[in-house]
Design a protein around this ligand. Structure first.
Ligand code: MRU
Length: 358
């Protein structure tokens, strides 16, 4: 048992069940009312879970996709490598359509493909086993990466600070620790007492349902606010730093994260509060030169017009615009914290250096 586990329970939302060869996920759509673990047994289950946000958060999506690619390939009847590679390609293409913005999805699928190619000389059964191991490695590495991000980010914070976060970049969005919430957990272990303010995060309430829930479970001092309250808490001097996660960071530092993040960044700039993005290297996409190259997911109108698909809260037939993410301009970002260190502007120069340290 490592030090963190001995001191408080860290909820894990994505686990591999070796015995039954399934992916176990914590269903994030029913939190905080119910704590339900689902066993995903094939690629369709995984696709649906990603699309429906049962598993969500960029790193957790990547882990799930990797495991879905293993499950889909395992079901192949291929007798040799060439056939297996074709079937693998179809599964990869299928999973790649589940969500467009978080680059971790594509990063994980490509990493699985590299492993497939490395194993070309082995039997079909051995290749399938290698893919299972690779998916597990992706999960294990993510926990270590998040812990390192937490250690670096913690150096930017001081005891008793008020920290604002948007959406959920916590332990349940990753293999463990989270990205933006990792320094909170590591700080708590070292006796820091932060006061975290969680934006509720309309329309799907990741802040209210997930961030407030997981921090409260861990005994962190967390206060829930509506999205339109971040200005007042900043103005009142309650916030000393903003910490957010991300779904894709472009080469110039422009960062896609949950819708509403860029507004928080504008406010932080106005009030002179540092705005930190916590990003695993797997979320940095140097192929995207700027945020304009990032595909922003549009989600169903009902997420905005109907509260959890029960009661309408808008007139029937009203026009809705529901982008799931927005792009925060690099000029609003104080630093990007990775597992290999902290990158400052100009990000075109500092981000590649983070990869070079690997
Ligand atoms: O639509 P979601 O809930 O998957 O959006 C998630 C976010 O925007 C998170 O902030 C991001 O993925 C980082 S998770 C460490």
């Amino acid at each position: 048992m490592d030090k963190h586990e001995s001191e408080f329970t860290m909820i894990q939302s994505v686990l591999l069940d070796d015995e039954n060869d399934t992916l176990i996920i914590l269903d994030q759509t029913v939190l905080p009312n119910e704590k339900v673990f689902l066993h995903l047994k094939d690629m369709k289950d995984v696709w649906e879970a990603i699309y429906a946000l049962k598993v969500r958060g960029a790193p957790a999506i990547g882990i799930a996709a990797a495991y879905g690619l293993y499950l889909g390939t395992k079901a192949s009847k291929a007798a040799d490598f060439d056939q297996l590679r074709q079937d693998f390609g179809k599964v990869k293409e299928y999973l790649a359509c589940s969500r467009p913005t978080a680059v971790n999805l594509f990063w994980a699928l490509n990493r699985m493909e590299n492993r497939l190619l490395q194993e070309a000389d082995r039997s079909v059964a051995e290749i399938k086993e290698a893919l299972r191991q690779e998916a597990e490695l992706i999960r294990e590495e993510d926990a270590k990466v998040c812990e390192s991000i937490g250690k670096h980010a913690l150096t930017l914070l001081k005891e008793n600070w008020g920290i604002l976060t948007h959406c959920n970049a916590g332990t349940i969005a990753t293999a463990k620790y989270g990205t933006a919430l990792a320094p909170i957990y590591l700080g708590q272990e070292q006796g820091y007492s932060f006061k975290v303010y969680a934006d509720e995060t309309r329309p799907l309430l990741q802040g209210a349902r997930l961030t407030a829930w997981e921090l409260k479970e861990a005994g962190v001092d967390v206060t829930l606010i509506c999205d339109n309250m971040s200005s007042i808490v900043m103005k009142e001097g309650k916030i000393q730093a903003v910490l957010v996660g991300c779904d894709r960071v472009a080469a110039n530092g422009d960062t896609a994260n949950k819708i509403g993040t860029s507004g928080v960044a504008v406010l932080a700039k106005h009030y002179g509060i540092p705005f930190y993005v916590c990003s695993p290297l797997s979320t940095i996409d140097l192929e995207c030169k700027t945020g304009d190259d990032i595909h922003i997911e549009l989600r169903p109108d009902a997420e905005v017009t109907t509260q959890w698909y029960e009661k309408p809260m808008a007139p029937e037939g009203v026009k809705v615009y529901n982008p799931a993410f927005d792009v925060t301009d690099h000029s609003l970002i104080t630093a990007i914290v990775t597992e290999n260190g902290i990158a400052y502007a100009p990000f075109e120069e500092s981000l590649p250096k983070m990869f070079a340290q690997k």
